[in-house]
Design a protein around this ligand. Sequence first.
Ligand code: HAM
Length: 429
Amino acid sequence: MINLITAPRGTYDIMPDRALVWQWMESTIRQVLLSYGYGEIRTPIFEHTELFQRGIGETTDIVEKEMYTFADQGKRSITLRPEGTAPVVRAYIEHKLYGVAPVTKLFYLGPMFRQERPQAGRFRQFHQFGVEMIGAESPVADAEVILLAHDLYHQLGLTDLEIHLNSVGCAQCRQAYKTALTSTLEAVADELCTTCRLRLDRNPLRLLDCKSPSCQAAVSKVPPIQDYLCPDCDHHFKGVLALLDQVKVKYKLSPKLVRGLDYYSRTVFEIINHDLGAQNALCGGGRYDGLVEACGGPAVPGVGFASGIERLLTTLEQKGKLPELSGAPQLFVLPLGEQLTAVAFELATSLRRQGFFVELGNGTKSLKAQLKSAHKSGAALTVIIGEDEWQAQQVTVKIMGDGSQKRIAAAELQKEIASLISPLGKKYQ
Ligand code: HAM
């Protein structure tokens, strides 16, 4: 027996019924983001590995163990993008967008790849949409980006999500905090989990969000990062909070929120749906004032977020907020007898060219069998072409919902159909 080849672990197929939901989700996201003034950017699925090493940080989990990296035929190290911010920043620099306008607002939507342990809400190929506002320094930009995520979820009917906020300071104040963190935690290094013992030297901030109870106990002895913010970072953070207060958006201060990517500075945030279980972050983001420079561009600040689309769909499903979507054809054309197949084919083609979603019945089958197929498909109308009717250049239009039907002149058919349903697609000229 030949071994069955299945989709790789952590990946999945989106089948036609489910694809309807994705199409709806993607077009809704695009509409909202365009209306907030973000232009869509589509970057390659793979990039030079160095971009992520430099951008995300060598000591992050993503770069250390989660990237799909391979050498291409030219022996260049290539990585499937694990996230969208570094590629957007690379494109921003490459296309010299800093010379075009002081602030650039871009959004993206597409697959990302991380070799994590798959579980509910965590995949190896997953999808994100994200926004990046590059060039804006003021706390207004941070507040706007957080509000965009909040408002987008609200528009989708998600009103009971939690915004978690923190500031990780700038390179200077973060360094002071890291030093304090390391010296406090070195004294209790034996109590830390193995991963955190390694992190202590390399990336001590990551200890803050370790889930192990012994690490959490050790970390609780360390003062919050807020105590170490320099006056500018403190002022900036308070500015963001004041703006959110101004528009009455609730948030929770989360002093241990540091995020898993090294490019952040100052504001970081996540929006949480507690009903999602362990992987409960619908989106995450923050400010990355040093990233453009670190990737070889000018010293331009940036702020943004990305949202996992799978987790968003699960949340919408959980809360009954997904629309009813139908993949049913609008009408079936049923030829009664093989000799009428060409006539039915011509008719179906012309209706499709008018933008209607049309299925063609099988003329070798009986009327009863063809009507059964039409019913099963969920079509709203059928057009029945019978031998005698056709001799008289007539057809029957049947409304499947109530079973009513009427005979009309074939020449009147398009007008009749257009009076009953509207085309789904564009007209073919
Ligand atoms: P992130 O927190 O790594 O941030 O990912 C953002 C969101 O993507 C998460 O909150 C989650 O919803 C989703 N996500 C991440 N990993 C997976 C996975 N393995 N399976 C399913 N969903 C997942 C970033 O990617 C940053 N680039 C966000 C950003 C944009 N910061 C500034 N601008």
